[in-house]
Write a protein that binds this ligand. Sequence first.
Ligand code: SF4
Length: 614
Amino acid sequence: MNGYAGSILRVDLSKGTAWSEPLDAKLAEDYIGGRGFAARIIYDETKGADPLGPENRLVLASGPFAGVFLPAGSKATFAAKSPATGLYGDANVGGHLAAELKYAGYDAIVFQGAAEHPVYLHVDDDKVEVRDASALWGQGAIQAEVALKENLGEDFQIATIGPAGENLVKFACISHDIGRQAGRTGVGAVMGSKKLKAIAVRGSKSVPVADVEALKRVGREMFLKIKHDPALDVWHKYGLGSVCTWANSIGAFPTRNFSSGYFEGIEGIDHHHMRERIIVGNKACFACPMACGKFSRVKERGVWVEGPEYETTALIGGNCAIDRIEDVAYANYLCDELGLDTISAGNVIGFTMECFEKGVIDASQTGGLAVRFGDVEAFAALANRIARREGIGAVLADGVRHAAAVWGKGSEAYAIQIKGLEWSGYESRGAPAMMLAYMTADIGAHHNRAWAITFDIAQGREKVEGKAAKVIELQHIRPLFDLLAACRLPWVEMGLDLKYYAELWPAVTGQDRSWEDLLRASERVYNLNRAYAAREVPGFGREHDYPPERFSTTPVPTGATQGHYIDRQKLDELLDDYYGLRGWDARGLPQAATLRGLGLGDVAAELVALGRID
Ligand code: SF4
């Protein structure tokens, strides 16, 4: 099958066995790859599963654009039933894993069961072994990766978890390529629950493509377009760090646990300071000319880190009011080694700081620690306790929704999450489309399904009409990149025309499918994940889509969005428009006819039989 390696590797960790299955052509046609494969596998195989039980699956999936001649075919998806939300959960990661997996002969690996002792999976083309990893257990995520590379060779691509994953922290990430992370939804905890410390992959095969000359022509054009774009210099110099100043200027920079969108200390953590004070080099994922990764050194702490990129600086910097780039980078390093998602960690610790300052908790609950905004040592102490579930860390390790339920005293209002997933880096009270994007993201409060904030600015920040249609459009385009296993940044940030990707499809796969048809597959996945939520979460529906109360009742106090909030009536208008356009009912559940129209007749039948939809 052109564009695909042609096999899925299955690993039963309870038995220590592995076997290969041919890639199902229908799965490839309907779901394309990456998170499309993952979504269908999770739907089919994890009904009623405990997310941290052996019955859950951990999927690592690549896609047809990974590992071939085009810019940034580099994105791998890790997916599972999320321990943070109980929904379908995933996180993607750049680096070289997606390409290497295909070179080893696999489009995906599906893990089931759980090992009794720590293990790692060793894949060297067709040679697949579950090996002992006792010596690695307890090590930091990057430390373990370095140890494996020293042992196996630099040409292995490796994914690891840190202590947070081992200790089932519900926002534990999976680390790869010495500093990149599949961060969100607790996929690292699922890996830890299976006692799987690492995955090491090396391959020597090639990926068949349909039309090499056409691929070379389109791929070369894309590379040259990026190379000659004046914006490339900014990306090489600053990477995603350059987004901070802009986000602050538009009032979207999370500040002091999302109490504002404007951080007065931005200059200490902006991209200029970052470049001058800590960056020592650029780092790129597989076949990417943008090289947005920045490798940094914090001399005063004697540590190295990849980053900090935008989300990390937003959540650790602004959201915890830490205003020195060296401190943000140090906290980033700690999270990376511990195996904590920096987005959720910055959100959870910002929440704790607010709770401490407002008297919801006191020093008797923090082990004597004064947990105040701006204090990087407090951040470090909490991160360590969370990763090891020590003291207050045992409460925080289950995320802000859980911590607020334990502490009470009105702290639910400060828990900035949706569906159990902590909010990522855009304060959205002045941006209805972006707010709706967070409300309806299929994994919980994450920005990357529909980054709609520039649309809000262009179309009017107060305006509600027309926002739902744009969010839906983006929710199909952006996740399509994850299905294809390509990084979307060349399109989002360099303005690379989508027509290139449409032209790549027949060149890679040989299939005559329109871009609209590929978007239809993306829509199918979106609806499948909503159907999964309807099946797995009792009473799931509209109530799960509302943002925290702060965003609908409290005006932003400072900055460009001062005075903005989106009241419940406007939230309902946004949801009504959105559900209507999607073919979902007033509860926010896909109607049976909608599912059938997307080729999900079996899913519709199951939900009807369960009495969830009509
Ligand atoms: Fe990786 Fe950045 Fe290139 Fe995307 S743009 S592939 S994240 S280096």
